[in-house]
Structures are given as C-alpha cells and as structure tokens.
Design a protein. Structure first.
Length: 126
C-alpha cells in the first residue's frame, strides 16, 4: 500500500482539463454532438463541456502546440456495449472491447488523434 502523503493539492478536486485544438469547430462538434457532452459555456474560440464533476475545455490554438501521446482521458460508462454501438453508429472507429480485472475497456480517438478511453467498471458482488 502506498504511504500516505500530504501536499498542497491533497484535498483539491480536478475541475477542468484543457485541450488546445487546431480545428475548433470540428472538435466542438465531436465532443458535443458525437460524444454528447453538454456545453456549460462557450464563445467563438472556447467551449467548456461538462462530464460529471469535471469538464473538458476545448480552446483554439493561438500558436501551434506539439502533440503528445503521453496522456489519455477516460470516461466511466454504465454499459460499454451500448456506448460502443452508438459511437459506431455515429461513425466513430472504436477498438474492440477487452476484459480486464477491473472491468471492460476500449479506446477511440477524437478528430485530432487524442486517445479517449471508455471503462465499464466490474460489477461488485450481488
């Protein structure tokens, strides 16, 4: 078990993840219309999309950013098969679902190549 530590963010709550995007209109449409995330606020260069207690903020690039595959955002879903079926119907290429000890998972990519995971947690005792 990891040793308990305390620091300046010990009691903090993640609120927003910012994603700098090249094609703002296309990315806004993907996250809002294709994935179905509701919009909390937007202007012509920024949109804040809600997902539970956190939000994803898409912001059009002012300068070119270097892309990295070192991050991954993940959504917990109640029914991964239904989510994959609906995403496929909407034209999204989704990897095959696979079982892990903690649940069932899959991945997809947004229009700019950022990886998004879906996880259906394992059902706990009955």
């Amino acid at each position: 078990m990891a040793k308990a530590v305390s620091g300046p963010l010990t009691d903090a709550k993640l609120e927003t993840v910012f994603v700098w995007v090249r094609d703002f209109k296309r990315m806004r449409a993907f996250y809002h219309e294709t994935l179905g995330l509701p919009i909390a606020y937007e202007n012509p260069h920024f949109v804040n999309l809600r997902s539970g207690d956190c939000s994803i903020a898409l912001h059009s690039e002012r300068e070119t950013h270097v892309r990295s595959d070192s991050w991954h955002m993940e959504f917990l879903v109640k029914d991964i098969d239904a989510a994959v079926s609906e995403l496929s119907r909407r034209g999204v290429d989704v990897a095959p679902v696979r079982a892990e000890s903690f649940g069932r998972i899959t991945t997809l990519r947004d229009p700019e190549g950022n990886e998004i995971g879906l996880e259906e947690p394992a059902k706990r005792g009955r």
